[in-house]
Design a protein around this ligand. Structure first.
Ligand code: RP5
Length: 159
């Protein structure tokens, strides 16, 4: 079984991050989920990243709001790919988190999806894993083919 981790900075992020877990479940990707803060529990975060690496985790989805340094800090602790989910919490509607993740200085990139789009982070995670696991690639292609078939037919619309 391939392994992913879903990490987020606060219990208040769980509702958004659940969408990533749903996608991993849909594709049969084994995942672990953790509430870990880069500023409230930095030591525990560091220990957990080391354990995840030992345990064979291959991709990490990390969500946070506000200054949202969590994905960047994780990226600094591991060479595994980190996909950030900027979460819309606070007065700036997630723009703060989006820029915090997208503006990571080299050489510690964080891949970033849209604000609150945790599902897309997991889809990207599945794509990364599918490079290595042919059965996952087959599932991904079947999923896409089914989606296209659902959209086929008459595309006309009355306006
Ligand atoms: C960030 O601050 C979390 O990721 C969350 O999005 C935001 C607010 O956290 P709480 O104050 O709700 O715990 O660290």
């Amino acid at each position: 079984m391939v392994k992913a981790a879903v990490i987020f900075g606060s219990r208040s992020d769980a509702g958004v991050m659940k969408k990533a877990a749903e996608v991993f479940k849909e594709f049969g990707v084994e995942y672990g989920s953790f509430v870990l803060s880069a500023h409230r529990s930095p030591e525990l975060l560091e220990e957990t990243i080391a354990e995840l690496e030992k345990d064979g985790t291959e991709v990490i989805v990390a969500g946070a709001g506000l200054a949202a340094h969590l994905p960047g800090v994780i990226a600094s602790r591991t060479a595994l790919p980190v996909i950030g989910v900027p979460i819309a919490s606070g007065t700036l509607g997630g723009m703060d988190a989006l820029l915090s993740m997208a503006q990571m200085p080299k050489p510690m990139p964080v891949a970033v999806v849209g604000v609150d789009n945790a599902a897309n982070a997991a889809y990207l995670g599945v794509e990364i894993l599918a490079l290595k696991y042919p059965e996952l690639r087959t599932k991904l292609e079947a999923f896409r083919a089914k989606m296209k078939a659902g959209l086929a037919g008459d595309s006309r619309i009355e306006l």
